[in-house]
Design a protein around this ligand. Structure first.
Ligand SMILES: Cc1cc2nc3c(=O)[nH]c(=O)nc-3n(C[C@H](O)[C@H](O)[C@H](O)COP(=O)(O)OP(=O)(O)OC[C@H]3O[C@@H](n4cnc5c(N)ncnc54)[C@H](O)[C@@H]3O)c2cc1C
Length: 421
């Protein structure tokens, strides 16, 4: 299905579209929105704004020609999906949605002059800017683990070359070797992600390297869906996965990169392959543009996703201080739609619609065993709070788990279509 203005009109409500048309009829200049970052947040904002594009000029700036999703990248690590099947281009956004797509990097933003500066030269003026830069890593947090070290011990927490490198290392690892995952402190991108990664790599090991072990050195004492994961580890991969909580080890303190030696305060581990997922913060541009506070994340008004630090600039996705909203692609997409409708309302004078914020995540333990969680959230006193929540339970039937696994695959196709067309 190709996105059309008529469909957007049905979705957004007739008032918004009518107001946009009224602005066009009055002959006013097209308002300019510059969206920085063509990941899940940026692509969704651009697409939903451009769907009302009779009067809006929407530009999307993203350095990469093609975007690889982090979600389902654990399937690639298990050998269950190709990286190509997780990779999406910008052709539909550019050719069918009327978005001007510029492949470049934004180096700075001037909130007074309302311009973004491009690395390749030149700048873009905006009436509203949206920044969706994803995450950056706190490289100083683990001694010895810097950007260069990621080429030996990948984080694979941004999908693409890092994920490919980790898969190559897992493939060439000896049977009987140890694969270590260093899980980060909260808050971080995709709370169930490190533990799902342990499951799907264990699935691969079970077939091809049955004597291999997986060790999770966690910075935390508990993690999301812990009971579901521990139940799944016992059922599918008995004796293969060991989880060491932060209270016993204090988490990873330092690393000797070439020797693949990982140290906690009191123990030293020599491993075959290490996946170091460092502590995280909002993407670099957010830090440079003064959008992040001391927490490292960007405070926003949850009604509009406008920055609380830089008026006129909105921030969506993993980069925000999201209150109780997790850092996920689904949550990001939901925020992006609220943001797009708020900007459309602001620039056209249309009535603002009440924000609806949701998250649904599928977590896969084995190809036929998956669970889900669904959260309905709402802005409360300037933050985002959980309204109600559903989470799968330990002990569900095999049939139900198979159905959820099937639904997860269907969700991937529908969701990426919603974002990239
Ligand atoms: C292993 C793993 C599994 C996951 N599984 C799921 C899942 O099952 N379900 C789910 O909902 N979520 C999942 N997630 C989380 C999901 O991938 C993220 O929450 C989502 O990608 C966040 O979107 P974003 O737009 O904030 O950031 P991103 O998607 O990372 O996009 C940021 C974009 O900004 C661009 N950018 C950065 N700086 C600049 C700049 N200066 N100029 C121009 N462009 C710039 C980058 O190139 C990038 O394309 C998973 C994550 C991981 C790591």
């Amino acid at each position: 299905m190709t996105w059309t203005r008529r469909k957007f009109g049905c979705f957004a409500g007739a008032t918004c579209v009518a107001a946009l048309s009224a602005r066009a009829a009055r002959g006013q200049a097209r308002a300019r929105v510059v969206v920085v970052g063509g990941g899940i947040g940026g692509a969704t904002v651009a697409r939903y704004l451009a769907a009302s594009a009779a009067t809006l000029d929407v530009t999307l700036v993203e350095p990469k020609l093609r975007y690889t999703t982090c979600f389902f990248s654990n399937f690639y690590l298990a050998g269950l999906r190709s990286l190509e099947s997780l990779t999406h281009g910008y052709e539909t956004l550019a050719e069918q949605c009327g978005i001007k797509v510029i492949h470049d990097t934004v180096t700075t933003i001037d909130p007074i002059a309302k311009t973004v500066v491009l690395k390749g030269g030149g700048s873009l003026n905006y009436d509203r800017a949206v920044i969706a830069p994803g995450i950056a890593f706190k490289f100083g947090a683990i001694e010895g683990y810097d950007e260069a070290a990621t080429q030996v011990l990948p984080h694979a927490w941004n999908a693409g070359p890092q994920t490919k490198l980790l898969r190559q290392q897992l493939e060439s690892m000896e049977d009987g070797g140890v694969f270590l995952i260093a899980a980060p402190p909260d808050p971080f991108r995709c709370p169930p992600g490190p533990y799902e990664r342990a499951c799907l790599v264990a699935y691969y090991f079970k077939q091809f390297k049955p004597r291999a072990k997986i060790m999770i050195l966690d910075a935390k004492d508990t993690f999301f869906e812990q009971d579901l994961f521990q139940d799944a580890w016992n059922r599918h991969y008995p004796g293969m996965i060991e989880w060491l909580p932060g209270q016993f080890t204090g988490g990873v303190k330092s690393i000797e990169v070439k020797a693949r030696v990982i140290k906690t305060a009191s123990e030293t581990f020599k491993v075959s392959v290490a996946n170091i997922i460092p502590p995280q913060m909002a993407g670099e541009l957010a830090q440079r543009a003064g959008l992040a506070d001391q927490s490292g994340w960007c405070p926003v008004d949850p009604m509009t996703f406008e920055s609380r630090l830089q008026p006129g600039i909105h921030v969506v996705g993993d980069a925000i201080s999201g209150g109780e909203m997790p850092k996920s692609a689904f949550a990001t997409n939901s925020q992006a739609k609220v943001c797009a409708f708020a900007i459309a309302a602001e620039l056209t004078g249309a009535e603002q619609t009440a924000p609806h914020l949701f998250n649904t995540c599928f977590t896969v333990f084995a190809p036929n065993d998956a669970v889900s969680d669904s959260i309905n959230l709402k802005p409360v006193a300037g933050s985002i709070k959980i309204n109600d929540i559903f989470i799968s339970q330990v002990g569900e039937s095999d049939e139900l788990r198979r159905d959820v696994a099937r639904t997860a695959n269907g969700w991937y196709a529908a969701f990426t279509h919603d974002v990239f067309g």
